[in-house]
Each structure stands twice: as structure tokens, then as C-alpha cells.
Design a protein around this ligand. Structure first.
Ligand SMILES: Cc1ncc(COP(=O)(O)OP(=O)(O)O)c(N)n1
Ligand SMILES: Cc1ncsc1CCOP(=O)(O)O
Ligand SMILES: [Mg+2]
Length: 208
């Protein structure tokens, strides 16, 4: 299995956003270092999720970028994505692993070391850890855990830790120093005036 990319771009499907346009800007810059997670609103239909995932996968392929699907693992299987990501309201990690198969990429959300170790034991191949910082992209989240929360999780597992939540290029060095392998972002790229430049800045920060 190829190694996991360090920059995860989560699709911004909020009204008025252009997830495919943002992806077209980011892909030539990040290429195979990019993991694109197709994430749609809970209200979106499976057909809408399927159509977006199909288009994302088609854009990713020529660059060797990885396409994952959030929550809806049947959509991941239907389009032939590399895998999926699950959290507390989704299929349990062990069930998700059964659905996706042994070789698929499977990420799980974890905020603290015990849950993180359990997720890995159940079959998670990477962990999404956060929110690291305040975010306006998702509501109802617990308080940010900061780089120290990332450090606690990273010290408890032997899979890549992907820091998420309010991540910017400026916050990457502290997260990397805390043990994060990579980062997942929505706003840092999608809300940037120049998404290609924002992608380059995040990659530069991740390379240090
Ligand atoms: C890389 C990464 N980390 C965490 C999450 C959050 O997943 P979850 O807790 O299931 O919340 P939703 O994204 O489904 O709202 C993620 N998607 N990606
Ligand atoms: C889906 C999700 N889960 C925790 S924070 C978050 C959103 C991250 O978005 P942003 O990078 O804009 O803070
Ligand atoms: Mg989820």
C-alpha cells in the first residue's frame, strides 16, 4: 500500500463553496501528497455524495492523489475510492474495516489516547485527531485539544496522526513537533483567496 499523504483536503460542500474548483487548484500543487476526503452534509443524499465522490476520484487519479469518503462507506466502495473515515456517530471501526476490507485506507477520529489505541486495535490505519484549534467549519465540537492533545495521542499509537480543526500553515510546525504526521483542512484551502498558494504553503510547512 502506498504511504499516506500528509495533506488532507476535506471537501467544503457548504452553500456557495466550490469543492471541485478548489480541488482543481490544489491537485497540481500537491499531487500524490494530497489525500482528498469527500465529506458532504448529513442532509445530502447518497446520490449527491456518490456523484461528488465520482468526480473527485476522476480528478485525483491522474495525479496519484488518494480519495477517501467520509462516513458513507458504501459510497467509497461504489466509486472505488481508496477508503474512508469514520467517527463516533458512524460505523464502529471494526465494522468499517469489515466493510472496506483489509487493504483499504481507514481513518478514525480520536481525541484522546485510550480511544485512539482502541481505534487502532479495531483496524484504523490512521487517526484524525482534534479539533486542535477553534474552527468555524463544524459546530458542536468539544474544546480544542491543542498541540499537547495531539502529543498525547501520537505517543499512544503507531499509526499516522492527522491533526484537524482550525489548522493553518502557521500552526503546522507546532502540530508536527507534537507528533502529527500530517494535517486535514477545510478552510485553510477552501476559504483562501488563492487555494493553490495556500496548498503550497501548507506543504512547505509540512516538509519542515
Ligand atoms: C481526518 C479527519 N479527522 C476527523 C474527522 C471528523 O470525523 P467525524 O468525527 O466522524 O465527524 P464528521 O467529519 O463526520 O462530521 C474527519 N472527517 N477527518
Ligand atoms: C470535520 C471536522 N472535524 C473536526 S474539525 C473539522 C472541520 C475542520 O475544518 P477547518 O480546517 O476549516 O477547521
Ligand atoms: Mg463522521
Amino acid at each position: 500500500m502506498p504511504s499516506l499523504g500528509r495533506l488532507h483536503l476535506i471537501t467544503d460542500t457548504r452553500p456557495g463553496r466550490d469543492p471541485l474548483g478548489v480541488l482543481r487548484a490544489a491537485l497540481p500543487v500537491a499531487r500524490a501528497e494530497l489525500v482528498v476526503q469527500v465529506r458532504v452534509a448529513d442532509e445530502a443524499t447518497d446520490r449527491e455524495a456518490y456523484e461528488l465522490a465520482r468526480q473527485v476520484l476522476a480528478l485525483c487519479r491522474p495525479y496519484g492523489a488518494t480519495c477517501l469518503v467520509n462516513d458513507r462507506l458504501h459510497v467509497a466502495l461504489a466509486v472505488g475510492a481508496a477508503g474512508g473515515h469514520v467517527g463516533a456517530d458512524d460505523l464502529p471501526v471494526r465494522a468499517a474495516r469489515r466493510v472496506l476490507g483489509a487493504t483499504a485506507v481507514l481513518g478514525a477520529t480520536a481525541r484522546e489516547p485510550v480511544a485512539a489505541a482502541e481505534a487502532v486495535a479495531a483496524g484504523a490505519g490512521y487517526l484524525g485527531v482534534g479539533p486542535c484549534h477553534a474552527t468555524t467549519t463544524k459546530s458542536g465540537l468539544p474544546d480544542p485539544i491543542g498541540p499537547e492533545g495531539v502529543r498525547a495521542v501520537a505517543g499512544a499509537v503507531d499509526v499516522p496522526v492527522i491533526a484537524i480543526g482550525g489548522v493553518t500553515a502557521a500552526s503546522v510546525p507546532a502540530l508536527r513537533a507534537a507528533g502529527a504526521y500530517g494535517v486535514a483542512v477545510v478552510g485553510a484551502i477552501s476559504q483562501a483567496a488563492d487555494p493553490a498558494r495556500a496548498t503550497a504553503e501548507l506543504l512547505r510547512a509540512l516538509a519542515c
